[in-house]
Design a protein around this ligand. Structure first.
Ligand SMILES: C[S@@+](CC[C@H](N)C(=O)[O-])C[C@H]1O[C@@H](n2cnc3c(N)ncnc32)[C@H](O)[C@@H]1O
Length: 204
């Protein structure tokens, strides 16, 4: 739980400048990837680590979305973005590792650049498995450790500094973590920076 407190404090601090530093998330290639991914969402949708709400504008109109985040200050920014939105997402301050939803609650779960930060990613992904319906889909756009040994070496060397300053880890084995959590990867596509940014689909 101390780790959770640290993550919350870091992201509360980051919230002030997050939109400024991540303006590329809603433009160009990133926006394309988000839009393409979120077009595939169906039924009742959960966005884990919704942050300041970069995805909000990309959900299909009229969809039922619940967004959770551990940082109340990130959620505050997301709330401002939902004001103009029809069928606003419900925003909840909640830990991905201990979600307050019943089993099999969602048809689709999405995450973008979150499993680099969740303190225990396998725990968070196991919770996703629990709340995802048996025929539901997990759609992710995440950065992770590269399979290229040289790039991996570089990311491992950078990680202590990046994680301390930014609150995100650049060397997580997110695909391995998905499998360890008991989910099945059904599709994996390299998107940017070699295989560091990947689009992943998973299911039960
Ligand atoms: C890099 S930001 C990404 C935000 C958003 N998904 C985006 O694409 O801009 C990571 C987010 O994950 C959230 N987060 C980290 N650990 C979490 C946890 N255990 N439960 C819920 N949210 C968490 C942070 O508060 C932060 O908002």
């Amino acid at each position: 739980m101390r780790e959770q407190g640290r993550a919350r404090d870091k992201w509360n601090r980051n919230s002030a400048l997050y939109d400024l530093f991540t303006f590329m998330e809603v433009r160009g290639k990133n926006a394309e990837v988000r839009a393409e991914m979120l077009k595939e969402t169906r039924g009742r949708i959960l966005e884990v680590g919704i942050g300041t709400g970069h995805s909000i504008a990309f959900f299909p109109e009229g969809s039922e979305v619940v967004g959770i985040d551990i940082s109340e200050k990130m959620l505050c920014k997301a709330k401002a973005k939902t004001e103009a939105q029809k069928g606003r997402p419900a925003l909840l301050n909640m830990d991905a590792e201990k979600m307050g939803f019943k089993d099999n609650s969602f048809d689709t779960v999405v995450s973008t650049c979150v499993f680099c930060s969740v303190p225990d990613p396998v725990e968070g992904l196991s919770e996703i498995k629990r709340v995802l319906k048996p025929d539901g889909r997990l759609l992710m756009y995440e950065h992770m450790i590269s399979r290229n040994p040289l790039l991996a070496l570089m990311l491992n060397a950078m990680n202590p500094f990046v994680s301390r300053i930014m609150g995100s880890n650049v060397n997580r084995d997110t695909v391995g973590n998905i499998v360890t959590a008991g989910l099945r990867v059904t599709r994996e596509r390299n998107v940017r920076f070699f295989d560091i940014f990947r689009r992943i689909d998973a299911t039960h």
